[in-house]
Write a protein that binds this ligand. Structure first.
Ligand SMILES: Cc1ncc(COP(=O)(O)O)c(C=O)c1O
Length: 380
């Protein structure tokens, strides 16, 4: 008998066949090789990482003998207790994951069946759309205004006119511009018949204390946080969600059991043991963000959006002349390419509403100085 032959692609879930993959950030080692720069000379301002790194206690926790041959505690008992103390909330509201990204995946799997709708507010963090696509959701964008503020009335109309609208994602502060949603607007959105997923990955760099405790009053609110930005643990992948208590048992049922891993959990707990370090780094990053914004604003043709996060978004006018990059490209794209040649990495998005923009993460003062020196050469 001849073996059955089948094209395995025909067996893929139909909604996944034409899916656009997520575009992740390239690591410095790969970029260094591509650009021919030594890795230690690369200035990485493209992924909103925390270039100060974690508190010293984290290095100690990772150096100590971790039980790496034993599975992590699936109940995350120590992790959730530490996060609960940090937030001033019961651990029963908290579920950790491999980054806020995994918690986004968990929430989408919990709420979205094939054909349900996810409401997104682009331009924003691309993970929401990608996860919605992976789940086979109907993607309903409600574009932000030109200043990136949320058109609350338009969101209200979209939620009310979309059958089976399950999730509304809001990055607060928003990535890539750093704007914050006003509390009155959030209250209006929480009055809608939808789960509001408020992603506070960058909230520590804003003047707002955050909305984690709002889940005690609002049963349709989920707040996401991460150790990647505040605590400098992006490489270890630790984040968490703060949930209304009645949802938590449903989420546990479908969560992958062993994330965060033992190293991530130990590092996160150690990071929370040194709040003075975290506060000091936040203050430095906020001060540097304002200095960088002032410097970039002095460049003719640059407009820098006010930001409450650890990055700034610059809109570059058509009139700006750039040495380097493909002459047919918009100046923003040329600047990104030319900066790369100087070993300075920034983010350029090839997306509607962002094509004339670059996003620059806030590093240490010397990183800003290197960026400004490179820009001076490129724009001369
Ligand atoms: C708005 C937003 N949420 C979440 C994340 C991802 O966080 P994590 O590293 O915890 O997965 C990012 C990363 O850039 C982000 O910009």
């Amino acid at each position: 008998m001849r073996p059955v032959t089948i094209n395995p692609e025909t067996l893929l879930a139909p909604h996944l066949r034409a899916l656009q993959g997520y575009t992740p950030i390239v690591p410095p080692s790969v970029l260094a090789q591509r650009l021919g720069h030594p890795q230690e000379q690369i200035i990485k301002l493209d992924a909103n990482e925390n270039l100060y790194g974690p508190p010293p206690a984290v290095r100690q926790a990772l150096a100590d003998a971790l039980p790496v041959n034993i599975y992590p505690d699936p109940d995350q008992t120590a992790f959730r207790a530490a996060v609960g103390r940090y937030l001033g909330m019961a651990a029963s509201h908290i579920i950790g994951g491999a980054g806020a990204d995994e918690v986004i995946d968990l929430v989408v799997r919990a709420f979205v069946a094939l054909g349900d709708a996810v409401i997104d507010l682009p331009p924003t963090f691309g993970m929401y759309r990608w996860q919605a696509d992976v789940a086979g959701a109907r993607y309903v964008p409600v574009p932000r205004r030109a200043d990136f503020s949320v058109d609350v009335a338009a969101v209200e109309r979209a939620v009310r006119s979309t059958p089976n609208a399950k999730l509304l994602f809001i990055a607060n502060p928003n990535n890539p511009d750093g704007s914050l949603l006003a509390d009155e607007d959030l209250k209006r959105l929480l009055a809608l018949p939808i789960m509001v997923v408020l992603d506070e990955a960058y909230i520590d760099f804003s003047a707002h204390p955050g909305h984690a405790r709002w889940v005690l009053e609002h049963e349709n609110l989920i707040v996401l946080r991460t150790f990647s930005k505040l605590a400098g643990l992006a490489g270890l992948r630790v984040g968490y969600g703060v949930f209304p208590e009645k949802l938590v048992p449903h989420l546990w049922k479908i969560k992958q059991p062993y994330t965060p891993n033992v190293a991530g959990e130990a590092a996160a707990i150690a990071a929370l043991s040194d709040p003075a370090y975290l506060r000091d780094v936040v203050a430095r990053i906020v001060a540097e963000r304002e200095r960088m914004r002032q410097l970039l604003m002095q460049i003719p043709g640059f407009y820098v959006f006010p930001s409450q996060a650890n990055f700034v978004l610059c809109r570059v006018a058509d009139s700006v002349r750039v040495n380097g990059g493909d002459p047919s490209w918009h100046p923003a794209r040329r600047i990104k390419a030319a900066l790369e040649q100087h070993g300075v990495l920034v983010r350029y998005f090839d997306k509607e509403g962002l094509r004339d923009c670059i996003r620059v993460s806030v590093g240490l003062p010397e990183h800003t100085d290197a960026l400004m020196r490179a820009l001076e050469v490129i724009l001369r």
